[in-house]
Every structure is written in C-alpha cells, then in structure tokens.
Design a binder for this molecule. Sequence first.
Ligand SMILES: [Zn+2]
Length: 280
Amino acid sequence: MADGISSFWGPVTSTIECCEKNYAYSSYIAEFYNTLSNIPTILLALIGLINALRQRFEKRFSVLHISNMILAMGSMLYHATLQRVICTVLSFNGTEPCIRHASLCRVVILQQQSDETPMVWEMLLYMYILYSPDWHYRSTMPTFLFLYGAVFAVVHSVVHFGIGFKLHYVILCLLCIPRMYKYYIHTQDAAAKLLAKMYVASIFLGSLCWLGDRLFCEEVSGWPVNPQGHALWHVFMGFNSYFANTFLMFCRAQQRGWAPRVVYLMGILPYVKIEKPKSQ
Ligand SMILES: [Zn+2]
C-alpha cells in the first residue's frame, strides 16, 4: 500500500494480486488502472447491445452483450476492492453498505466468489449460439445447458473448485473453437473474416500483456513507468469479446438470410448492419 493513503475496503483478502501498486491514487480504488481499464469493455458491450436491439437481432445477442457488461462491472468491483468476497446485496442491515463489513457478510450472506458463475453461464450461452443452429433436437440443447448452468451455480456456491474451476472453464472455451473455425472457413465476406482475425489478434496480444505482468512484475516495477500489463489485458479482452460477438452476429444474420454487411462506426469500429426481408 502506498504511504499515507489508507484503504477504505479493509485489508486485501484476494489471493491473486496484480503487478499494480495498491491504493496508489485513491483510498477507494485498490488498483487504479486495473479498475478503470474495464470501462472500454462496458462501452463496447453497450454499443453492441444498442446495435442488437435497434436492428432486432435475436435476444441471445442482447443477453450476450449484457453479460459482458456485468462481467466487466464485476471485474471493476474486484480490482477496486481486492476483496475475495463481494456481497450479493448492496445493503447490510439496511444502513451501511455491506461491502464495508466483509467479515460479517461472509457469515450472513451466501459466499460467492465474485464472477465465476456468470463466466460459466456466459460460456454456455456462447455454446448455445454456436451449436444450436445445427443441433438436431432443437429444444433439448437449451434445456440441457440451462440445467448444467443451474447445477453448476448450486455446486459452486457450496464447493470452491480452485484450479478445477479454471480447468473446467478452459474446456468450455476449447469446445467453442471447432465451430468458430467452421464459421470462419465458410464465411466469404472479407470484412467479416477480418473480425475473426482481430478476435484472434486481440486474445493473443492480451495474453502476452497478462503473462508479461505476471512473469516480469519485479523488473517492470523498477521501470520509470509501469506499462500496466493487466490493465492492457482488460482493454484487449474488451475488444476481443466485441469482435467475437460481432462476428457471431454476422454469421447468424447470414443464416437467417438478413443480408449482413460489416460497416464502421465513425469509420473505425466495425458493426453488423442487416436488411431483414419484409415478411420478418
Ligand atoms: Zn483483471
């Protein structure tokens, strides 16, 4: 902790700490850059949400963008407080914000490790979007995924999986890759293909930043300016989710015969424009 600034949220209880100095700028924000760097993700998801709603894309895409926003907000809360337990309700005994009473909350309110359950739910939604169009028995897939998500949430609220959670999450991510690749090779549109390439590039650059932050923290801390690898990872991953969702919206619109085109907001930010036939 930086000298002279005391922490509003109590001692750091999180086990994963990033390279950024805690409480360097404000006693309310534990990790300044790691907190603010979630804002681009929220804004990009908001743009995606407005685009999905305005053109009446299927609800699954609105839910996807909203879930990205929620995860980014969870990440903000986590990096701002570095508390392992984030209370699910905002007021404890009606007067004080519960987060200040983390130790009491832990007893009273269901323990929940910030956003691991929503992360799994979001991945299940990706699997639904990717695989449901070619699933033979249409109604069985959402039912199965819903039950899977519900059972996971219940088990996860009781048992903390630790490394098992990460492994489970990686397997879910890997399961998405084959279908994503198949969409890529079947897409003719060059601008849509570029979205997929940007998706791969952003996850690659983001991972390099994340890894650099973890492996070379000591060296980096000696530099005149800390490049804030973890904060950069947030920014790259915000773009990564945006590119993934935009690419999936393009593929889905193509399946539905909505004549999708990739156009650019203010000449830079790609999004999907569709033209639905009159009957829809
Ligand atoms: Zn983070």
